[in-house]
Ligand binder design. Structure first.
Ligand code: ATP
Length: 374
């Protein structure tokens, strides 16, 4: 695996180092050549600051950025060979959409026929062939966004940085283009970093997701890893829709039964043997934990822990059921229309293999199902 980009202990302070706004906190991240990475996080978590430091639009307060084998953190943007589609990095207003897209290719003295072929390819992919002879001021916001994306993707660069590249497009078009963009990037062997706060987009496009919160890289892994082995409570509850259910619990064992006492009076009891010995030992050593379970892993059963329905919504392809449970609310997802009304008592089961266990103080993951967290 050859690395295309490597961030080492990168910090961003707006204002004096150590005193100003600490927007990015000691981020380290390696990006293999040919990968698509999504920076995912809520507003203000430091995604854009990270991207802008990689591009060279923001100074790096501390740490190093290596791109295609050389340190670039002190180089100006034009010397980094990075292609960008950024909000505010607008199209040149005085030339047509076609010339905007072709500009960098022409500047690199590519043969005219090759330029035309590449522009045709990328604009067909993004469905903007009908506006190529127009000027940027006469096209819609969504068309401008796609033209800007085409201008970035058409280039041969060491890295492609895309900041919310489809933010202005309607959902159907986004879904269609996601698949096409992924195919295009992979086919051309490009390395891309995408900023998004849309988890569906991150899951669909990215080989790896970098989850950020409070300027800290919370987890960096494949979409499956992040879903199945969230590194901490933040990632566990931030990624996944509807969010993971979490409950503080104290653990005890008696007469072959392992019990999680949930605050609110309920307990979840399991056969001790259902847990791997190392997970069981960890649980009993810790005693106080937070347990998490994804809504699709909460099952309605005949005999199980008692809950009471507070809301039942059919979303057209799945039911989201909220029920009061252990003094809190638990959410279940079912694939069929659930015939449940408000106030109805139900019983739920959470299987040991679906339990995520976290440290209540640090939030760090301790186990996922029957495996200890790394
Ligand atoms: N030029 C600036 N001066 C001071 N603080 C800034 C500046 N730019 C960003 N910040 C602060 O740095 C933090 C991270 O901002 P950043 O724009 O990187 O977040 P983001 O995750 O991209 O958010 P969004 O999704 O809203 O764009 C925020 O607290 C923000 O207010």
């Amino acid at each position: 695996m050859s690395l295309q980009l490597s961030l080492k202990s990168v910090d961003k302070f707006y204002g004096p180092v150590g005193k100003g706004v600490h927007a990015v906190k000691s981020i380290s991240m390696d990006v293999p050549r040919g990968d698509i990475i999504a920076l995912l996080g809520s507003s203000g978590c430091g995604k854009t600051s990270t991207l802008r430091m990689i591009a060279g639009f923001e100074t790096v307060s501390r740490g190093t950025i290596e791109l295609a084998g050389k340190q670039v953190q002190t180089l100006p943007p034009v010397r980094r060979n990075v292609a960008m589609a950024f909000e505010g990095y607008s199209l040149y207003p005085t030339v047509t959409v076609r010339d905007n897209i072709a500009f960098a290719l022409k500047a690199s003295r590519l043969a005219e026929a090759e330029v035309a072929r590449r522009v045709a390819h990328v604009t067909e992919m993004l469905e903007i062939t009908d506006i190529l002879d127009r000027f940027p001021s006469s096209i819609s916001g969504g068309q401008q966004q796609r033209a800007s994306l085409a201008r970035a993707l058409v280039r041969d660069a060491d890295l492609h940085l895309l900041d919310e590249p489809m933010g202005q497009l309607e959902p159907q078009l986004r879904t269609l283009l996601r698949g096409r963009i992924k195919h295009y990037v992979k086919e051309r062997g490009l390395t891309a970093i995408l900023v998004t706060h849309d988890q569906t987009e991150a899951n669909a496009l990215a080989d790896r997701i970098a989850v950020m919160e409070g300027g800290v890289l919370q987890q960096y892994g494949s979409p499956a890893e992040i879903k199945e082995r969230p590194a901490n409570l933040f990632t566990g509850t931030f990624v996944g829709e509807p969010p993971m259910n979490v409950f503080p619990a104290s653990v005890s064992v008696a007469a072959g039964r392992l019990t999680f006492d949930l605050t609110g009076g309920l307990d979840l009891r399991y056969d001790e043997a259902a847990f791997d010995p190392r997970v069981r030992k960890m649980l009993l050593d810790r005693k106080q934990v937070v347990i998490g379970v994804r809504p699709y892993a909460v099952h309605r059963v005949e005999t199980g822990a008692a809950a009471r329905v507070v809301a039942n919504q059919w979303l057209g392809d799945q039911s989201h059921i909220a029920a009061s449970f252990a003094g809190k609310t638990i959410v279940l997802v079912e694939h069929d229309r659930a015939p449940l009304s408000e106030g109805e008592p139900i019983r739920v089961e959470i299987r040991p293999q679906d339990l995520h266990v976290f440290d209540p103080t640090t939030g760090l993951a301790l186990s996922h199902g029957n495996e200890l967290a790394a």
